[in-house]
Design a protein around this ligand. Structure first.
Ligand SMILES: [Zn+2]
Length: 310
């Protein structure tokens, strides 16, 4: 990060999810001065969500000024397909967005330079520069929750892809003929190994509802059905990560999202399964994310700061 910003400069950062927004004021050195959370309430429709995003950003800039701090830029991270170069949220199922020129709208409303980014790529950027991947130049951040998405960060920049859709590792087909994915194809990684998929699979077989965390606990306690479901998910995840390593050859794979909280129940068997699958490739360091659910907001702040350098 640049030294040319004054210590009193901050950026306004928003990580907009389907249910909530994590927002804050972040200094150029990554220090978080203030955080806020707001409901997204996506059911109100895209126009209302955009208005809330702009109002929250405006409120944060106003708070900074009231505290004698100068807001110098805005960073907004949203899920979906994001054209970062043009500042357009091309498509977001969670937010109902289709071709929303969010960067221009924020710039107009707040009068500040604005960066628009993808939520998982922003989270990956933060983990790679400030969190668990900060020792490695090439980092793959994989967020495993309701779905599975990734960010490939090289020397502090997350690759966006030609169409704003890089990192969709959750849609690598690991089990042809397997459970149907939300994208329509059977056997995608996220249809087998996401936290949601693990809960669904166990619930269907056991006839009782359970979360992925409960499946992990039951597997650890020796319940055979839970152990089977967990092992299948871990093996599919290892297949996906092995493909990722073939493509990206990273030093560090950072796992985030809800599933990574399973700790050694996940990491021990996953490391072993990944080791089995890699032949000539160098094995990446496999570590848990360090920044928790603030990663996306910190990443949005980094995008805002980076945009000032250009
Ligand atoms: Zn899919």
């Amino acid at each position: 990060m640049s030294a040319k910003h004054l210590p009193t400069d901050v950026v306004v950062a928003l990580d907009v999810g389907g249910t909530g927004m994590k927002c804050g004021l972040v200094r150029a050195d990554g220090t978080v001065l203030h955080t806020e959370r707001h409901p997204t309430d996506a059911g109100r429709g895209p126009d209302a969500v955009v208005e809330t995003i702009l109002a929250v950003a405006e409120g944060l800039a106003g708070k900074a000024r009231a505290d004698g701090i100068d807001p110098v830029a805005v960073g907004i991270a949203v899920p979906g397909v994001i054209d970062e170069a043009r500042g357009i949220a091309v498509w977001s199922a969670n937010l109902g967005f289709r071709d929303v020129p969010l960067r221009g709208l924020a710039r107009e409303r707040l009068g500040l330079p604005t960066a628009l980014g993808h939520d998982v790529r922003a989270g990956g950027l933060a983990e790679a520069r400030l969190g668990a991947g900060r020792d490695g130049g090439h980092v793959l951040f994989v967020a495993i929750g309701t779905g599975i998405a990734a960010a490939h960060v090289v020397d502090g920049t997350a690759a966006t892809g030609a169409h704003g859709a890089a990192g969709e590792i959750g849609h690598i087909q690991v089990r042809p003929g397997g459970p149907r994915c939300g994208c329509g194809r059977p056997g995608c990684l996220e249809a087998v190994s996401s936290a949601a998929a693990i809960g669904r699979r166990y619930s269907a077989l056991a006839g009782v509802p359970a979360t992925a965390a409960e499946v992990a606990d039951r597997a650890a306690a020796g319940e055979p059905l839970a152990a089977d479901v967990w092992r299948e998910a871990v093996e599919a995840l290892a297949d996906g990560l092995a493909t990722g390593q073939s493509l990206y050859d990273v030093q560090t794979v950072v796992l985030g999202g809800g599933l990574a909280r399973a700790g050694t129940l996940l990491f021990d068997p996953l490391r072993a399964a990944l080791h089995e699958r890699l032949t000539f490739h160098r094995e990446p360091r496999l570590v848990a994310a360090a920044l928790g659910d603030e990663a996306g907001c910190l990443g949005a702040a980094l995008l805002a700061l980076d945009s000032l350098e250009k």
